[in-house]
Design a protein around this ligand. Structure first.
Ligand SMILES: [Zn+2]
Length: 300
């Protein structure tokens, strides 16, 4: 059996999948907000408790923010910045007592959805996290593409493409850039843009609900969000030409995105309009896609 762990900013989720992909156990604990060492201990504790429940020794795959630098073996590019510069693989292997496989959380989403999820049967899949942060991962023939710098698919820290006059230069980003896709498309970004426009405070999914209910200010903000997402994904389509793009993260529950964004990306993709077959799909496993993908890092 396989254990998958999803290390998030607010929670650590773990599950056990058996050989046919069905779920045998699941646990969720808050991410310790203190030290890095506490987070490592929490993951090791979760693995021990999951194995106690299924009475078996399992393989362990872990999805985490950021990437492991091929040069140093240390975590880089994580929006949970206390992970950066840490030897997470070495520390987890020591704490858990076996080899572990680690992958970026967006790669895990893409692996899960390409394995037995919304994009099953698709050769080239781009997975997108739209949540507290924005990330992307590429899966080809079921396997994550890591890349020379281990940043393949890292899309959230490119600048928004085709910026309008009022979108330049964009806000500063924690990465040191300005106007990054993440500063436009994350949940906090959408909330902040809506508040700046309307003076009201709603969560990202509430803005989408208000737009559906006829709220003009919310509808205008969601339309801009869809257009920015369409511009950002058109760049991915032009380079990678995926069969499917699967969304994950909290904003992936906004159903309007799947109708509107493919209509808008037709304006930006370099192809005849009637030949764009790339699908934009919601995750089959919802919130659980990342943790399932982490388990699938050890294929059957
Ligand atoms: Zn950035």
């Amino acid at each position: 059996m396989r254990i998958g762990i999803d290390l998030g900013g607010t929670k650590i989720e773990g599950l056990v999948l058996d050989a046919d992909g069905s779920e045998r156990a699941r646990l969720r604990v808050p991410t310790p907000q203190g030290s890095y060492e506490e987070a490592v201990e929490a993951i090791a504790g979760l693995v021990a408790e999951l194995e106690r429940r299924v009475v078996a020794r399992c393989t362990v795959g872990i999805g985490h923010p950021g990437a492991i630098s091929p040069a140093s073996g240390l975590i880089k590019n994580a929006n949970s910045t206390r992970l950066n510069g840490r030897p997470l693989r070495r520390d987890l292997e020591r704490a858990i007592g076996r080899e572990v496989r680690l992958a970026n959380d967006a790669n895990c989403l893409a692996v899960s959805e390409a394995s037995d999820g919304a994009a099953a049967g698709c050769r080239i899949v781009f997975g997108v996290i739209l949540g507290t942060g924005v990330g992307g991962g590429i899966v080809i023939d079921g396997r994550p593409l890591t890349g020379a710098q281990a940043i393949a698919g890292e899309w959230g820290h490119n600048a928004l493409s085709l910026p309008r006059d009022d979108e330049r230069p964009g806000r500063r980003c924690y990465c040191g850039g300005a106007g990054c896709i993440e500063t436009w498309l994350s949940g906090p970004a959408l909330q902040g843009l809506f508040t700046a426009r309307t003076g009201r405070t709603l969560r990202a999914t509430e803005i989408a609900d208000a737009a559906l209910a006829g709220d003009a200010g919310a509808a205008a903000e969601i339309e801009l969000y869809c257009d920015r997402l369409a511009r950002s994904l058109a760049v991915v389509i032009n380079i990678l030409d995926p069969d499917a793009i699967v969304l994950g993260g909290g904003l992936s529950s906004i159903a309007h995105l799947y109708r509107r964004v493919p209509n808008l990306w037709r304006n930006y993709v370099f192809s005849e309009l009637d030949s764009i077959v790339t699908k934009l799909l919601p995750p089959k496993y919802g919130d659980s896609s990342g943790v399932r993908g982490a388990a699938w890092l050890w294929p059957a």
